[in-house]
Design a protein around this ligand. Structure first.
Ligand code: FES
Length: 165
C-alpha cells in the first residue's frame, strides 16, 4: 500500500527542512560562541616559583607576590593576575595563606595593628586571624584564611592553586 504525499505536505516538509537547515547555520555558531569558553578546561593548576628559597622561610609570615597567567572562560588578562600569599613554616610544613579576608574579602596584613601583635589583621571590620590563618573567635570572619597548595623543588618553594574551603 503506497501512501501519496500531497503537494501541500511536500512543500511543508521541503520548506521546513530548508528553514531548519538555515536556522542551524545561524544558531550553531551563536551557541558555540556562548558555551565554548565554559567547556574549555581552565589553565590555573600550575605551580609558580615565587623566588623564595626554603631557607628564607621562617615561622614569621612573609609576603610574596607572583603573577598567574590563566584563562578562565572569557577572563584572560593579558598581563596576568597579580597574586599575594603569606608564606611561613609551621611545624616543619610550608604554608602559603591567601590574604583575602573570609568576612567580606578585604586584604589582611601580618602584624599591622599594634593592639593585636602576631596576628593577621583586617582593617575593614577588625577581623583577626592567628598565625596559621585560623579566624579569631568573636571577630567578623567566620572561617580560616584559604591556603595555596605548596611544594618544594630544587630548594625553592613553589605556590600552586588556591584550596578553597
Ligand atoms: S572584610 Fe575583613 S573583617 Fe570584614
Amino acid at each position: 500500500m503506497s501512501k501519496k504525499v500531497s503537494r501541500r505536505q511536500f512543500l511543508t516538509y521541503t520548506l521546513g527542512g530548508t528553514g531548519a537547515f538555515l536556522a542551524s547555520g545561524v544558531l550553531f555558531p551563536m551557541v558555540r560562541f556562548v558555551a565554548d569558553p565554559l567547556l574549555r578546561k581552565g589553565e590555573g593548576g600550575e605551580f609558580h616559583d615565587v623566588g623564595l628559597s626554603v631557607d628564607e622561610i621562617t615561622d614569621t609570615p612573609k609576603e610574596v607576590r607572583f603573577t598567574v597567567h590563566r584563562k578562565d572562560g572569557w577572563y584572560n588578562p593579558p598581563k596576568g593576575e597579580q597574586m599575594t600569599a603569606w608564606v611561613l613554616k609551621l611545624n616543619g610544613e610550608f604554608v602559603a595563606l591567601s590574604p583575602v579576608c573570609k568576612h567580606l574579602g578585604c586584604t589582611v596584613n601580618w602584624n599591622s595593628n599594634p593592639q593585636f601583635k602576631n596576628q593577621f589583621f583586617c582593617p575593614c571590620h577588625f577581623g583577626r586571624y592567628t598565625k596559621d590563618g585560623t579566624n579569631v573567635p568573636g571577630t567578623p570572619p567566620s572561617a580560616p584564611l584559604d591556603r595555596y597548595e605548596t611544594k618544594v623543588q630544587d630548594g625553592k618553594l613553589l605556590i600552586g592553586p588556591l584550596i578553597k574551603k
